[in-house]
Design a protein around this ligand. Structure first.
Ligand SMILES: [Zn+2]
Length: 220
């Protein structure tokens, strides 16, 4: 009797262990695995995420600084994205909204330092939740921008009237909310109300209307 009980416990335990590892492989831990080196870094729709990495020497060749009317310091974006962002910010301004860039292009080395800073200060697990490993940050493309609104606190951008406006209008200027709530299992990144990615008006409008992510758009 006792032997049978032991056997049964053993089987249950084995099944649980098996389920655990299957889940691990299918879920979050698929991120940062089977990493592909990006071969179209200059493509407007380039996909940079935890499975697609930019090389350490990739620098966009058309970076331009955002006017200080629309950025808190010297910040750079690719020409087309920069012009679109200035247009967005300018139009928002006329309507009484305050939307400025607080982070835009970041090079590989800067991202490396940023990631390592979080690892040293808060540990690897925390670093992985709030920062991308170097080569995996969309900011290296020069097509992504973090913004802040009236409360001048990008971390709490969601609480601003500017966020509501961005949510409904960013696509008209070619930007998408890149890491939406509830899509973390697809993007690999936590919800970031402040992070917008330039993809051009046509694509941004499709992504907005279908309420999907860039990953889903490129896979459809
Ligand atoms: Zn960002």
């Amino acid at each position: 009797m006792e032997n049978n009980l032991k056997k049964a416990s053993c089987i249950v335990l084995s099944i649980l262990i098996l389920l655990f590892f299957t889940k691990e492989n299918n879920c979050e831990n698929a991120f940062y695995k089977n990493i592909k080196l990006i071969n179209n870094p200059n493509d407007l729709l380039v996909l940079v995420n935890k499975n697609n990495q930019l090389s350490n020497n990739y620098i966009p060749n058309n970076l331009e600084s955002i006017s200080l009317k629309f950025a808190n310091k010297d910040k750079y974006l690719q020409k087309e994205a920069k012009e679109a962002f200035e247009k967005l910010s300018n139009e928002a301004n006329k309507l009484g909204y305050y939307i400025i860039a607080v982070s835009a292009y970041r090079d590989y080395n800067y991202q490396n330092e940023l990631f390592n800073y979080y690892v040293t200060e808060k540990g690897l697990e925390y670093a992985l939740t709030c920062s991308a490993k170097p080569g995996h940050s969309e900011h290296q493309t020069g097509l992504a921008v973090d913004v802040e609104g009236e409360n001048k606190d990008y971390d709490n951008f969601e609480d601003t009237k500017e966020f509501i406006w961005m949510k409904n209008n960013a696509h008209r200027f070619g930007f998408i909310l890149r890491y939406p709530k509830g899509k973390e299992h697809i993007t690999g990144f936590k919800y970031e109300p402040w992070h917008y990615r330039y993809v051009g008006i046509e694509t941004a409008t499709k992504i907005f209307k279908q309420n999907i992510t860039l990953e889903e758009y490129l896979n459809s």
